[in-house]
Design a protein around this ligand. Structure first.
Ligand code: GRF
Length: 204
């Protein structure tokens, strides 16, 4: 049997995607351990959940470091204490420096609330509504140095309805995020994902 894989999850707030992953790992008995949950903000909801679940958790607050490089170095040191096979960004709202991204190349996933390459960056739901999109969604991708780019693992589409507000559309997309992110993490843990150029291959 394959050894247990270590997953470290980075959050900045609520952590509902993180919670979906933790629950799926428990219910589906993944050969993986959520080794740590690390937040760049103190006192966030996601950390309370980690505490309740008895999962090791830590804060590396970006405000405590004068530069992005120093923050990323401290974050990397904290993460690597837990020897991650996979680093999962789950609503982690910081742009990462190239050396950090390089260090976790091929073993760092992110979820973005749009159908990339459409609407990188912030306020994706507002952007989708303003553009008159009829289909919107979310994307799980490997992280590369360019923000919200990188090989796509999977996407989920949702309809944009005529009566949608930013809130209603956000909620519809988030529900799908909670489906596709645990699934993609599981594929990684099972060793089914390989990156070929800018494409991801998912083995049967
Ligand atoms: C999610 O919509 C994620 O895609 C985006 O920020 C939100 C975080 O939500 N980057 P949560 O912290 O996972 O609840």
């Amino acid at each position: 049997m394959r050894a247990m894989r270590n997953i470290v999850i980075l959050i900045s707030g609520r952590g509902s995607n993180m919670q979906a992953i933790v629950k799926a790992a428990q219910i589906e008995r993944w050969p993986a351990k959520i080794a740590a949950i690390i937040s760049n903000r103190r006192d966030v909801e996601g950390l309370l959940f980690a505490q309740e679940q008895g999962i090791p958790h830590a804060v590396v607050a970006n405000g405590d470091y004068p530069t992005r490089a120093e923050f990323d170095a401290a974050l990397q040191t904290e993460i690597d204490r837990f020897q991650p096979d996979l680093l999962v960004l789950a609503g982690f709202m910081r742009i990462l420096t190239a050396p950090f991204v390089e260090h976790y190349a091929g073993r760092m996933l992110n979820i973005h609330p749009s159908l990339l390459p459409k609407f990188p960056g912030l306020a994706t739901h507002r952007q989708a509504l303003a553009a008159g999109e009829v289909v919107h969604g979310a994307t799980v991708h490997f992280v590369t140095a360019q923000l919200d780019h990188g090989p796509i693992v999977t996407q989920a589409e949702v309809p944009v309805l005529p009566a949608d507000t930013e809130e209603s559309l956000t909620a519809r997309v988030l529900e799908q995020e909670h489906v596709i992110y645990p699934r993609a993490v599981r594929w990684f843990i099972e060793g089914r994902l390989s990156i070929e150029g800018d494409q991801v291959h998912i083995a049967e």
